[in-house]
Write a protein that binds this ligand. Structure first.
Ligand SMILES: *Cc1c(COP(=O)(O)O)cnc(C)c1O
Length: 427
């Protein structure tokens, strides 16, 4: 693919002109004077999301309690409405997806159902590059079953500290594994795991497998049903642009609808009988049964707009642009930053990575600080990674060009040498 690119700025301008998604950029609000390359941490606000949020605020003002039945959509069905809306881009049926809680809580909720340790088969398999909160949740679930995480949680090691070898993961799918919990995309290097291969291998060994897709939904199409994953969770404030702390999602494969939720709550009750207020819990026989509390309406409403925008643009086109943007960035780094000791910490093949690139350098912390001063919003991950994310709905090829040019300027003028290296708050 690299041969298609050119280092001249006019090339980037031409790419943006040809880009079928370029018109979506103007629907988003950008922090003033910033080049925003952090959509993998917090996606930007769109006009559509703002409108739906404002609508929910107005409904609260004007309908008050009646919003539960008269809102658009009725608040009582907000979680199901969003599950329905997003199901298509994750390859699921509407009943298999629900908008609820937050990612970490949803991991607790699903793992408490699916982790059923038996004699000789009582371990959980995850990986050492997993997002910390996922590991904390898995440890907590093991402890709740009266077991010791240092014995029962097995982590697949990484050879290079950045990526995982899928065959090595499969080699660790031993008879003593009860459950596998992996990310779709590693949050640091952006590596996209082969979910289909891993799921088939797990199921061949009768092991339940679930994925945390926080770094892929909204940027990469999924086919959960076709692959047959048992469960999935994902947050909605990264590529889904739902806003800080917006309501997360969970997917439960329909073959598990009769399993029992263990973190029970009244919003997981059979929807048609919830207000009979029985003390005997009977769960809704679909993903909705794994809700716990009332839907957070104000944290959910923006998603009505932002998911619509993603579907209008088309998740396949989004994925294509995602691959082009990251490939163009990798090409530009190679061409323009040669001799400055940078390396790419993300997989080389665009098909094997998500929407961000891990740019590695010994002075990454200082370089990132100068980038920030110049108005480029990237992020630093210790010890030596700058994560540069391209959100296909609102980032442009020109921004890729400008970013590489800014880094080149920092290196040419050795601006990173003037940076004080105190501890910074990492967000
Ligand atoms: C962003 C992210 C989370 C976030 O968890 P919250 O409970 O929403 O704070 C969890 N897991 C992964 C893999 C993530 O990328």
């Amino acid at each position: 693919m690299e041969h298609e690119f050119d280092t001249d700025r006019s090339f980037a301008v031409r790419m943006d002109r040809k880009d079928p998604l370029s018109k979506y950029r103007q629907r988003f609000y950008f922090p003033p004077d910033k080049t925003y390359l952090n959509g993998n941490s917090l996606g930007l606000l769109s006009e559509e999301a703002e409108e739906r949020l404002q609508n929910a605020v107005d409904e609260w003002k004007e309908l008050a309690i009646q919003g539960w039945t008269e809102g658009d959509p009725p608040w009582f069905f907000m979680a199901e409405t969003l599950g329905d809306k997003i199901s298509e881009i994750v390859g699921a049926e509407p009943e298999e997806v629900i908008a609820t809680g937050t990612t970490t809580v949803n991991i607790h909720s699903l793992v408490s159902t699916f982790y059923e340790p038996k004699k000789g088969r009582d371990k959980i398999l995850a990986d050492e590059l997993n997002f910390p909160t996922d590991i904390y949740a898995l440890e907590g679930q093991i402890e709740l079953k009266g077991k010791d995480p240092s014995e029962k949680l097995k982590l697949v090691p990484s050879e290079d500290g950045r990526t995982l070898d899928e065959e090595k993961i499969v080699k660790m799918m031993d008879d003593d594994i009860a459950l596998i919990h992996l990310p779709s995309v590693l949050y640091n290097s952006g590596q996209l795991l082969d979910m289909e291969y891993l799921t088939h291998e797990a199921h061949d060994r009768d092991i339940i497998i679930g994925f945390d897709c926080s770094h892929s939904v909204g940027c990469i199409p999924h086919s959960f049903d076709e692959i047959g994953v048992d469960y999935a969770v994902w947050c909605s404030y990264k590529y889904l642009n739902g806003g800080p702390g917006s309501t997360a999602f969970l997917y439960l494969n329909k073959r598990h609808f009769d399993k029992k939720p263990k973190l029970k709550g009244w919003f997981g009750y059979r929807k048609d009988e919830q207000f009979q207020m029985n003390l005997e819990f009977r769960h809704q026989r679909d993903a909705g049964g794994w809700q716990i509390s009332s839907p957070a309406i104000l944290n959910s409403a923006p998603l009505l707009g932002s998911i619509e925008l993603i579907k209008e643009a088309g998740i396949d086109k989004i994925r294509e642009k995602c691959k082009s943007l990251t490939s163009y960035f990798v090409y530009m780094v190679k061409e323009k930053l040669e001799g400055y000791d940078f390396s790419i910490g993300s997989p080389r093949e665009a098909d094997e990575r998500s929407g961000h690139i891990a740019l590695m350098h010994d002075r990454a912390r200082e370089i990132n600080t100068v980038l920030d001063e110049k108005g480029f919003v990237t992020d630093f991950r210790p010890p030596g990674t700058i994560r540069v994310a391209f959100s296909p709905l609102y980032n442009s090829f020109e921004e890729v060009w400008d970013t590489v040019e800014a880094i080149k300027d920092i290196m040419d003028k050795e601006l990173y040498k003037d940076v004080e290296t105190g501890e910074q708050l990492i967000t």
